[in-house]
Design a protein around this ligand. Structure first.
Ligand code: IPM
Ligand code: MG
Length: 357
């Protein structure tokens, strides 16, 4: 098949991990006979440096003209001045909003070979396989914010419409039907009005899915249960900020932030794919960052935007194989494993992919 993929490496280790994901996608194209056209554009801090704008119009146009977007990471201390007029993160948020990417899928699946790299007890962890569906274009991230009283009072607004809640909750139910048929809606309905609307709406939508088990959970309790009994969850659906926080927490179940991919989906098949980790500036260019989250994000791209199931599964299998051979980046190392760099990990995964075909 033919596909056009916009590539936005961004800042810090973004370029390092994207290079490895591209290696893997090129190998897929070659082995399965696809024609992927990759086109690069600027996002985040590097875009501020070169154009003054964290999201240049050119980048948005390229994304809109593509079938999918592959993104590395944005941000870094260089652009962290709290008084700065533009921030790298605005580029990412602008992309999410501008491309209508309302649902962020963050699967947390423990790869058996990594059972002992997490600091959670193996007996609690074994079998963890959950999917967080995070609402991505609403909530407190996009509500009105500002300062008053000469700057001494600051406010952010958490705002949700029924329609926004309904479309992301429906997607969560549709995804649950393809998994273990269980949805947990997460909110703070004992305090927040927007959460009461969220819970009402989710509970109403649940009635259309009698075959799917439905639960609600307060976000604070959910944070605890994710650690205490992670295997009790299948699909979790929640608002933007709760999803941001709980997925960093949940990444520890998989052993490292460096393992967690994500897909941000619009209506239809268009999507943007990125690791959930940040730009880790101190590791940039050092050839030690874990590229697996980005490589697994490329697998999600093949699955959700291009419908290439076999190829997506082959990437996942190659990752599992390399890890079970004991090859590790520093963040998932354990006694007896062989620690390798970013490029060597990418090469090993390509090799396993080609050999497995
Ligand atoms: C994430 C990140 C972003 C977010 C930042 C970089 C704006 O933490 O994708 O989880 O908060 O959404
Ligand atoms: Mg985050």
């Amino acid at each position: 098949m033919q596909a056009k993929i916009a590539v936005l490496p961004g800042d810090g280790i973004g370029a390092d991990v994207i290079a490895e994901a591209l290696k893997v996608l090129r190998a897929v194209a070659q082995v399965w006979g696809h024609d992927f056209l990759f086109e690069e554009a600027l996002i985040g801090g590097i875009a501020i440096d070169q154009t003054g704008d964290p999201l240049p119009q050119e980048t948005l146009d390229l994304c809109r003209a593509s079938d999918a977007v592959l993104l590395g990471a944005v941000g870094g201390p260089k652009w962290d001045d709290p008084k700065a007029k533009v921030r790298p993160e605005q580029g990412l948020l602008g992309l999410r909003k501008g491309l209508g990417l309302f649902a962020n899928l963050r699967p947390v699946k423990l790869i058996p070979a990594l059972l002992n790299t997490s600091n959670i007890k193996p007996e609690a962890l074994r079998g963890t396989d959950l999917l967080v569906v995070r609402e991505l274009t609403g909530g407190i991230y996009f509500g009105e914010r500002g300062r008053r009283d000469g700057g001494k009072t600051a406010y952010d607004t958490m705002i949700y419409t029924e329609a926004e809640v309904e479309r992301v909750v429906r997607l969560a139910f549709e995804l649950a039907r393809k998994r273990r048929k269980q949805v947990t809606s997460v909110d703070k309905a004992n305090v927040l009005e927007s959460s009461r609307l969220w819970r009402e709406t989710a509970t109403r939508v649940a009635q259309d899915y009698p075959d799917v088990e439905f639960n609600v959970l307060l976000v604070d309790a959910c944070a605890m249960y994710l650690i205490r009994r992670p295997t009790s969850f299948d699909v979790l659906v929640m608002g933007n900020m709760f999803g941001d926080i709980l997925t960093d927490e949940a990444s520890m179940l998989a052993g490292s932030m460096g393992m967690l991919p994500s897909a941000s989906l619009a209506e239809g098949t268009f999507g943007m794919y990125e690791p959930i980790h940040g730009s880790a500036p101190s590791h940039a260019g050092k050839d030690d960052a874990n590229p697996i989250a980005t490589i697994l994000s490329a697998a999600m791209l093949l699955h959700y935007s291009l419908g290439l199931e076999e190829e997506a599964r082959a990437i996942e299998a190659a990752v599992e194989q390399v890890l079970s051979q004991g090859l590790r980046t520093y963040d998932i190392a354990e006694p007896g494993s062989q620690v390798i760099g970013t490029r060597a990990m990418g090469d090993a995964i390509v090799q396993a992919l080609v050999a497995g075909r």
